[in-house]
Design a protein around this ligand. Structure first.
Ligand code: COA
Ligand code: AMP
Length: 634
């Protein structure tokens, strides 16, 4: 049997045995005896009686293994012109003092800390410092507005917030502190302390006793030792878009996460200690958690933390420069980044003068890798270009190319094959297993492997309702697609109201709440339409209240501003159309799925429950005017 098949077989025959073997690669304080068990809520938990500390595994254990003088982190920031390099020893000392700083603010095991920072090394240091104390971090992406931050503060109830004075976008400095102050004022939960890293590009105003200067506090702090925690204790909460307005706090535990990260670094990415790994994402997303911070350090690699964009910082050769300069072995980015590069530099002239001999493979995720981008990238780089599919909820690849076991032939448009530990089945809406080639709901047979979410923060019922109840015995991914006769998975898109804009996951439900709060709007639907660069873009369809006196263009401008103010620039909400009616079922439910299919130019059938099919004809012409380009399932 080939290595991949053998691993799949072992992981499905005896998940406990398989993951126990993987867990042995880590330096536990007390190795787990209970490999898979159920907690008091009945949820499946990995390694329940194991004791460990994730910061210890990422830093102290690496130093003990002889990597103290090896580079752990390279910071490359074209937006500031800065670069910095930190060895494992230096990073450990920094993290230990940052942990001491948090300890002095009363942070201990189980306390929450919200981190709202740009792509600077201090963001990774803050995360690892929380992990060192057994505290639970919740990183919020810098592109979210104050209101989104407030929602997360309300839900996670942090003791401390860590922020920086500003983020730096392509053409502007974005002061963060006024935003943080606004969010703190909006949330009813009151944080005890706000630690602020002052950056030279913008000085933040510090208020009273609540605000603490990062540099001053660290200089005074004593180094803190790692605190042993149970494997099932949360390492972090990461909020992600759900189908309602309220984001879901995905919980990641310490033990399962460490085992899964370590396993994936070898199996999915094929790296070894000392390799240079660059995930061109942001610490605010799951890719940043898993593959900028934890995965590479758990595997003894050097991670690159890049504060810049694929284009315009300063140009489309930025990625090639970083790969050459830091001898990157593995690059991971979102397809949209390469679409942006290709748009500006279709013949890849920017490659000239950059030595990419170290670069072995390129990984893509975050959205579907469309075949034209795949073709361009593999023709340009002449190296394996590997799509892999996963979600905030799983923390690591559900399907990919298991290069650490064996490199499978690539099929453009497919995320390749299920990773060992994930038993994927395609189910129809009634829960029947579909055969090869038939499209349906992509589900994973329980138990989920280590690393996947055990629950939603403070809301087990939402976890069960959102992922487990529709298909008993399975985890419902929310994606649709099919397995072909070779067992390759083709992910075709979400089956719910989540859209993917420039590799960023966004909830249309959340945008609808914002549009619905406008005084002229009677009802609305937000749908994703195809976009050449960003994959999808949200568009609002709004029905006006009777007698509402507002120009369509003026209303659209107001709604765009409202979404930006409430959710943030990252939503990329740029357009609202006034429509006469929205298609509904006879019981009054808006037929969002049909709208979505129409907007993406996909085949759709008129639902039998529709109240008035003529509404679809009315909308057809308006939706057709939105078609921008055909990044559609082949
Ligand atoms: N902090 C503050 N604002 C941010 C931000 C951050 N961290 N990230 C994005 N924004 C803002 C942008 O400045 C932009 O604002 P604008 O509307 O005023 O111009 C808006 O949010 C939309 O950002 P984005 O969708 O990123 O568009 P862009 O035009 O700035 O860049 C790309 C386009 C393709 C270069 C960019 O989207 C990109 O690099 N995508 C890759 C995404 C990625 O890595 N995702 C991780 C998943 S693996
Ligand atoms: P996030 O939780 O932000 O990582 O977004 C997860 C969602 O992004 C998935 O449920 C998919 O809809 C989409 N996605 C991520 N990677 C891929 C991929 N390789 N192919 C297709 N869709 C993807």
């Amino acid at each position: 049997m080939q290595a991949y098949q053998a691993a799949v077989h072992a992981a499905s025959e005896s998940p406990q045995r398989f993951w126990e073997v993987q867990s042995r690669a880590l330096d536990w304080y007390s190795a787990p005896q209970k490999i898979l068990s159920r907690d008091e809520q009945g949820a499946q938990r990995w390694f329940a009686d194991g004791l460990l500390n994730t910061s210890h595994l990422c830093l102290d254990a690496q130093i003990a293994a002889g990597r103290g003088a090896q580079l752990a982190l390279i910071y490359d920031s074209p937006v500031t012109g800065q670069q910095a390099r930190y060895t494992y020893q230096q990073l450990k000392d920094w993290v230990a003092h940052a942990a001491g700083m948090l300890k002095a603010q009363g942070v201990g095991a189980g306390d929450r800390v919200v981190i709202y920072m740009p792509m600077i090394p201090e963001a990774a240091v803050a995360m690892l410092a929380c992990a060192r104390l057994g505290a639970i971090h919740s990183v919020v992406f810098g592109g979210f507005a104050a209101h989104e931050l407030a929602i997360r503060i309300e839900d996670a109830t942090p003791k401390v917030i860590i922020t920086a004075s500003c983020g730096i976008e392509i053409d502007r400095v974005l002061p963060y502190k006024p935003l943080v102050d606004k969010a703190i004022a909006e949330a009813s939960h009151k944080v005890a302390c706000c630690v602020v890293l002052q950056r030279p590009q913008c000085q933040a105003e510090l208020h009273g006793e609540r605000d603490v200067d990062w540099h001053t506090a660290i200089a005074k702090a004593e180094a803190a030792e790692p605190v042993p925690v149970r494997a099932t204790d949360p390492l972090y909460i990461l909020y992600t878009s759900g189908t309602t307005g309220k984001p879901k706090g995905v919980v990641r535990d310490n033990g399962g996460h460490a085992v899964a990260m370590h396993y994936s670094m070898h199996t999915v990415y094929g790296v070894k200690p000392g390799d240079v790994f660059w995930a061109a994402s942001d610490v605010g997303w799951v890719v940043g958690h898993s593959y900028i911070v934890y995965g590479p350090l758990l595997a003894g690699c050097t991670t690159v933390l890049y504060e810049g964009k694929p284009v315009r910082t300063p140009d489309a050769s930025a990625f090639w420069r970083v790969c050459a300069e830091h001898r990157v072995n593995v690059l991971f980015a979102a397809p949209t980044a390469f679409r942006a590069i290709r748009k500006e530099d279709p013949s890849a002239k920017g490659l000239q003068g950059h030595d990419l001999t170290a670069l072995q493979r390129i990984y893509l995720a975050g959205e579907r890798l469309d075949p034209p981008t795949y073709d361009w990238l593999s023709d340009t780089l002449k190296r394996p270009v590997l799509d892999h599919w996963w979600q905030t909820e799983t923390g690591w690849a559900i399907a990919g190319n298991p290069v650490g076991l064996q490199l499978m032939p690539v099929k453009a448009g497919s995320a390749t094959v299920p990773m060992p530990g994930y038993q994927i089945e395609i189910l129809d809406d009634e829960g029947r297993t579909l055969s090869a080639g038939q499209q349906g709901n992509i589900c994973v047979k329980l138990p989920l492997p280590p690393g996947c979410l055990p629950t939603i923060w403070g809301n087990q019922a939402r976890f069960e309702a959102g992922y487990l109840n529709n298909f008993p015995g399975y985890y419902q991914t929310g994606d649709g697609g099919y397995l072909d006769s070779d067992g390759y998975l083709f992910v075709m898109g979400r089956t719910d109201d989540i859209i993917n804009v420039a590799g960023h996951r966004l909830s249309t439900g959340e945008m609808e709440e914002v549009l619905g709060s406008h005084s002229a709007v009677a009802e609305c639907a937000v749908i994703g339409v195809a976009n050449e660069l960003k994959g999808q873009l949200p568009v609002g369809l709004v029905v006006l209240k009777d007698g509402a006196m507002v120009e369509e263009e003026q209303l659209s401008r107001e709604l765009v501003a409202q979404v930006r103010e409430s959710i943030g620039a990252v939503a990329c909400f740029q357009r609202a159309l006034v429509v006469k009616r929205l298609p509904k079922t006879r019981s009054g439910k808006i037929l969002r799925r049909t709208l979505r299919q129409m907007a993406m130019g996909e085949a759709y059938s008129v639902p039998s429950t529709i109240d008035d099919p003529a509404v679809l004809d009315e909308l057809k012409a308006q939706l057709a005017s939105l078609e921008d380009c055909a990044i559609r399932p082949a």
